[in-house]
Design a protein around this ligand. Structure first.
Ligand code: GCB
Length: 557
């Protein structure tokens, strides 16, 4: 269903509510036209603006650049063949909330801007013309996740693909298999239908097992045929076929172990230092929401040019194309929930929605060998309510996938001395501690950075999940002058010296690969609406710091 859709902005929500504030029974979801000249219909999708799906609305329609209110979307389609089996409309992600109608009948609603979801439309799409309508809003609210303020642009709309999917009567809703630390395979085939058994097959290995549908299965390490492990840099993928009834799902899946030992991270039992970089889901040019395989390929080309073996996909679930491409290229990945500044920790609805977003995050990517870290939060401030809320998310993640590592990027402030000994109670709950620190930019003297040391009271691995400094591409000067490439490069030199000497550090994902759009950054002539901590500009031009980090990563082998 990708392609050209019609949109109508509706800031006053007249398409949804009448003047009494009641649900409008003649609402725009009906997508009607006047039938004779005396008919009054005060909207018309056919003559309204075009928009491309997938894509954000902010960068396609200039009047909607800062718009966050309701936008109606409509797509018409014609079905020729009678429906066989069952049908679903699947959305890759819609930011932030939406209600969906097919031919005037409501299918349901969804809240959360980055996870996939679907509605069943069986029996509703016989031969003929159909109209699919959504009303989407990207309003920031204190009870939403993310909440009111984020240091990224709130791109609204249908920013990932929409698909009409037909399936047999028994539908595999989720299917996954992954390798546990002991080399066994763990997974599940979830089926909606009558089938009580399912199968998992890896033809190349001559492996086929029958499993109970909707129950976890384990294939003991001794029963797993000899296979080539997926490893960073040498990514081996096998075709895996899941079956239930007549339904089949075919995936390319790699198998590897991931664990920690003391302050090390081990992949396939080998210590791997994570030479990383953080990314926002923003396309490689034009400051817009990234979508699809081409954007993923360009962004990952840049990360590979940097010599990275690790990506932090901040601060929310990215396009599936990113993790699929990372699987193929052998890059390790940290994925993340949008639990960011200002979350309403005591609101039960907020927790329920975040748990739903957790399900969407983990269920989509549990087959991806590249994904090794689930991050449940970024820069939250210690407090019992915070820790209880995030503890619930961690329990859910471990339940959905007991094999990967859990992390969170902690907010840290400069310690008084040289040593920072992390004791945020959240550190107790995670496997790997993410440290966001901005020595040399928001605080601290650059000359002191190399002598700083970081550890946690638990001796767990530390990833410097953020560090960096702002620079405008092409702005040159003294290394003491803010916003110059020289200043940024000098912060990187100092941070690298510090990190190389930090024993508990298992890796880093500096902030950030590319300059990204954000309404928080307004300095004229320098920021102009962009966070300038990128190693490349928003158009991909490399700043000096790119070369500083590239050289260090290359020297690490
Ligand atoms: C942070 C946030 C990140 C910001 C960054 C900055 O700590 O996690 O979202 O963009 O700092 O540039 O200040």
């Amino acid at each position: 269903m990708d392609g050209t859709w019609k949109v109508i902005p509706d800031p006053y929500e007249v398409g949804t509510f009448n003047i009494l504030g009641e649900e409008n029974r003649a609402g725009w979801f009906r997508d009607i036209k006047p039938r004779h000249p005396a008919d009054r219909v005060e909207y018309d999708f056919d003559t309204s603006a075009d928009i491309q799906v997938p894509g954000d609305w902010n960068t396609q329609i200039p009047e909607l650049h800062y718009y966050e209110g309701s936008l109606w979307y409509r797509r018409t389609f014609t079905i020729v063949e009678p429906e066989a089996g069952r049908s679903f409309v699947h959305f890759g992600a819609v930011n932030h909330s939406c209600r969906v109608w097919l031919d005037g009948e409501e299918l349901g609603s969804h809240e959360g801007g980055f996870g996939p979801f679907a509605f069943e439309v069986t029996g509703r799409i016989g031969p003929g013309d159909h109209s699919l309508v959504l009303v989407v809003d990207a309003v920031r609210k204190p009870e939403r996740v993310p909440a009111i303020r984020t240091d990224w642009f709130n791109y609204g709309g249908l920013h990932r693909s929409v698909d009409l999917v037909s399936t047999p009567a028994d539908v595999i809703t989720h299917a996954w298999v992954t390798m546990a630390t002991d080399g066994s395979l763990l997974g599940e085939v979830e089926v909606d239908g009558d089938a009580t058994t399912a199968s998992v097959e890896i033809p190349e290995l001559g492996l086929r097992v029958d499993v109970v549908a909707n129950e976890r299965f384990t294939i003991a390490a001794a029963d797993v045929p000899a296979l080539e492990r997926w490893h960073p840099g040498t990514p081996r993928l096998y075709e895996v076929v899941f079956g239930a009834g007549e339904d089949r799902i075919v995936e390319q899946i790699g198998f590897r172990t991931i664990e920690t030992r003391g302050s090390d991270i081990l992949v396939n039992g080998e210590v791997v230092f994570l030479k990383g970089i953080s990314l926002h889901a923003e396309g490689p040019s034009g400051g817009r929401r990234a979508c699809g395989p081409d954007d993923a390929a360009t962004l990952l080309d840049w990360a590979e040019d940097l010599g990275a073996n690790f990506l932090r996909l901040a601060h929310y679930q990215h396009d599936e194309a990113m993790v699929l491409e990372a699987d193929r290229r052998g890059l390790l990945v940290w994925v993340e929930l949008p639990v960011y500044w200002g979350i309403d920790w005591t609101n039960e609805d907020t927790l329920a929605n975040t748990l739903q977003q957790t399900d969407e995050l983990v269920q989509r990517d549990r087959c991806r060998a590249s994904v090794v870290l689930w991050s449940v939060a970024n820069e939250t401030f210690p407090g019992d309510e915070r820790t209880t809320f995030i503890g619930r998310l961690i329990d859910r993640v471990r339940d959905l996938d007991p094999t990967r590592l859990v992390t969170a990027a902690l907010f840290t402030l400069p310690g008084k001395g040289l040593e920072t000994h992390i004791d945020d109670p959240l550190g107790e709950l995670v496997d790997v501690i993410g440290v966001n620190q901005y020595y040399g930019w928001y605080y601290g003297d650059r000359s002191e950075i190399p002598s700083k040391r970081w550890s946690s009271v638990w001796g767990k691995p530390i990833i410097f999940s953020e560090l960096g400094a702002g620079a405008k591409y092409g702005n040159h000067g003294d290394a003491g002058e803010m916003w110059t490439e020289e200043f940024q490069a000098a912060v990187y030199e100092a941070q690298i010296e510090m990190i190389a000497a930090n024993e508990d550090c298992a890796g880093l994902s500096p902030w950030i690969l590319k300059d990204f759009r954000t309404p928080m950054r307004v300095l004229p002539g320098i920021q102009d609406g962009f966070n300038r901590k990128g190693l490349v500009s928003e158009e991909g031009e490399r700043k000096q710091a790119f070369e500083v980090l590239r050289r260090w990563y290359a020297s690490l082998g």
